[in-house]
Write a protein that binds this ligand. Sequence first.
Ligand SMILES: NC(=O)c1ccc[n+]([C@@H]2O[C@H](COP(=O)([O-])OP(=O)(O)OC[C@H]3O[C@@H](n4cnc5c(N)ncnc54)[C@H](O)[C@@H]3O)[C@@H](O)[C@H]2O)c1
Length: 322
Amino acid sequence: MRVLVTGGAGYIGSHMVKVLLEKGYEVVAVDSLERGFRNAVDDRAKFIEGNLLDKSFVEHIFSSDHFDGVIHFAAYIAVGESMEYPGMYFENNVAGALHIIQAMQKNSMNNFIFSSTAAVYGTPVVIPIAEDHPKKPESPYGESKLMVEKILQWFHDRNNMHFTVLRYFNASGASLDASTGERHAPETHIIPNVIKAASEQSTFRLFGTDYDTPDGTCIRDYIHVLDLCDAHILALEKLVKDGGSYTYNVGTGKGFSNKEVVEMVKKVSGVDLQVEYAQRRPGDPNQLIADATKIKTELGFEPKYSDLETIVKTAWKWHLTK
Ligand SMILES: NC(=O)c1ccc[n+]([C@@H]2O[C@H](COP(=O)([O-])OP(=O)(O)OC[C@H]3O[C@@H](n4cnc5c(N)ncnc54)[C@H](O)[C@@H]3O)[C@@H](O)[C@H]2O)c1
């Protein structure tokens, strides 16, 4: 089976390329390299550099090759940046996806897997968050992802497009051999930032200690990037076999607090990291924890690497290679 991975030079996409290859898939990766890295893409994959906003480029990809499925990661991903530049997010995340969907339709290809996010839910009114939780995104980033979800539903209803939406919670960790890992610039995610502070022996700023949680710091559901890739494989196999339209949360159903993350980085790195406790940042909910029952029941998804120690160990090992 031949699979197109968009955003294949990014953090999650580069791991996905590798996992697909290891499972025997043929892989074509496309990326503008604006926020990705050419050397993160496994050499066994075919790589095409280009921007999905260029509609004729996208049409050319689909008119000159055949794909049994498409895994669409390419997007801008920073919530804060999206608040500052909403147009940039709607254009890249919505138009980029639409170009792919239209080119697939035009060339009679189906099976689209979409990287969505827990940010579509906004501040949770119930924990854990199930797929039918109300959707009230609080940023253009979250809204752009919800817009694509709705577009996909219309293409399913009107044109029989088969798709799976995967709403990730916090992707984290690195490959077991430390050949690929998380490289965002700027980095907004807590685990790589705590690791950076530990390796530079600098002070880590932890925002908010007065949340309504057992230790007062925010709680998040971390999913190891390899488990996330496994969820995509399961989703793709089902889509190719049965067709249809599906939406799943991808998380573990268990949360770790920011303090627990800091303590785990201290333990794994052996560095007695200095922490400065700062005021809450606006818009950070107390807890974001997935109800992951649906993906476990329907796809048989079982995370293998998503305990905090394995996540931090793999991320630390990767960091040391940089
Ligand atoms: N990292 C997380 O915790 C997380 C959580 C929820 C959802 N997601 C989603 O997962 C996907 C991948 O996230 P990531 O962390 O790997 O991000 P990333 O920034 O590392 O990777 C995204 C890749 O897409 C490429 N790209 C962006 N716009 C493009 C365009 N118009 N044309 C071609 N290439 C383009 C970038 O160059 C980059 O390599 C995103 O869609 C993101 O919204 C990520």
